[in-house]
Design a protein around this ligand. Structure first.
Ligand SMILES: Nc1nc2c(ncn2[C@@H]2O[C@H](COP(=O)(O)OP(=O)(O)OP(=O)(O)O)[C@@H](O)[C@H]2O)c(=O)[nH]1
Ligand SMILES: [Mg+2]
Length: 302
């Protein structure tokens, strides 16, 4: 494998900013830029607010930097204010600051209701073109977010807390099928083992296809480096499993494309409807539909 050229941070930051602000028309024209063979391995880290995701991602970054060029994108739904704590307050930024092969960026989630940043799929493509070997994506779990993030990453880590048993019950089986790795974080707090047992119980009754990946349940704590290492090794195992069968990769690529196409159409529909005057909504529904469809056809006419 050839070594990629040195990371041009300025060009990358600019490309990401431009994509973050791209119009729906520009998005319609953007397509994946590199083939799947050169795409970065994408690791999603999702879970409830305050579950310790950023801290975990920071420690994980230290661990995985040895694998090559590493990007960290953190979707911050709340506000740009917390930018300073992007990798959590327990990671010594000094440990990471010197690395030329690490790039960290916080993204606002703005328009989307599914907890992902605007134009995130396209931004992930940009990471591919800048020669990243891995990209870690942190996103807050807000119900829908897990579903949206699932398709965007190759390995999805769901971060849970001790004593959040009710949450697990509420999530039911859907999420159990989606996560590749369960992490009960802050395992230095009481209740972690019980939580792990609860997840195991739910996982045991979840239907799995033959040969499907059995999502491991790990306990992690920022004060226990071994637990972070074990998580990193489990990510490697999942990556190997995922790559072993071309059909798995193809399925994921199709899911990714499906999400992207649907979102693109939704954005265009929203724009076409927003552009209409108040009077427009007094005309018959069929005419409304015809007008919006017409606007869509114009938008996509080459
Ligand atoms: N006890 C304990 N606290 C932790 C651990 N990891 C993180 N924390 C604390 O949990 C709080 C939240 O940590 P973050 O890493 O910012 O959590 P987050 O999930 O990224 O938070 P949001 O991005 O705001 O959703 C901080 O006060 C951390 O110090 C851990 O392993 N054990
Ligand atoms: Mg965070």
């Amino acid at each position: 494998m050839s070594t990629p050229p040195p990371l041009d941070r300025w060009a990358l930051s600019r490309a990401l900013t431009r994509m973050a602000n791209a119009s729906t028309a520009e998005l319609a024209r953007s397509a994946p830029c590199v083939g799947p063979a050169r795409a970065a391995h994408r690791i999603g880290v999702t879970g409830a607010p305050g579950a310790g995701k950023s801290t975990l991602v920071g420690h994980l970054a230290l661990e995985r930097l040895a694998n090559g060029r590493l990007g960290v994108l953190a979707v911050d739904p709340s506000s740009p204010k917390s930018g300073g704590a992007i990798l959590g307050d327990r990671v010594r930024m000094d440990d990471l600051a010197g690395s030329t092969e690490l790039y960290i960026r916080s993204l606002g989630s703005r328009r989307t209701s599914d907890g992902l940043a605007d134009n995130l799929p396209e931004m992930l493509d940009i990471m591919d073109t800048f020669g990243f070997d891995e990209v870690v994506l942190e996103t807050v779990g807000v119900g829908q977010a897990e579903y949206a993030v699932r398709a965007q990453v190759d390995t999805l880590v769901l971060v849970l807390l001790p004593e959040s048993g009710d949450t697990v019950q509420a999530m039911k089986a859907g999420i159990m099928e989606m996560a590749d790795i369960f992490v009960v974080n802050k395992s230095d707090l009481p209740g972690a083992q019980r939580m792990a047992t609860d997840i195991q119980r739910i996982a045991a009754v979840t239907q799995r296809a033959a040969g499907a990946w059995r999502a491991p349940i790990l306990l992690t704590s920022s004060s226990q480096p071994d637990s972070i290492r074990a998580l990193s090794e489990t990510i490697d195992l999942h990556r190997t499993w995922r790559n072993a069968d071309p059909q798995r990769r193809q399925h994921l690529r199709a899911q990714r494309a499906r999400y992207r196409l649907r979102r693109l159409l939704e954005m265009h529909v929203a724009e076409a409807i927003t552009a209409q005057s108040d009077e427009f909504f007094d005309i018959p529904r069929e005419q409304q539909l015809a007008t919006v469809m017409g606007a869509m056809r114009m938008a996509f006419d080459p």
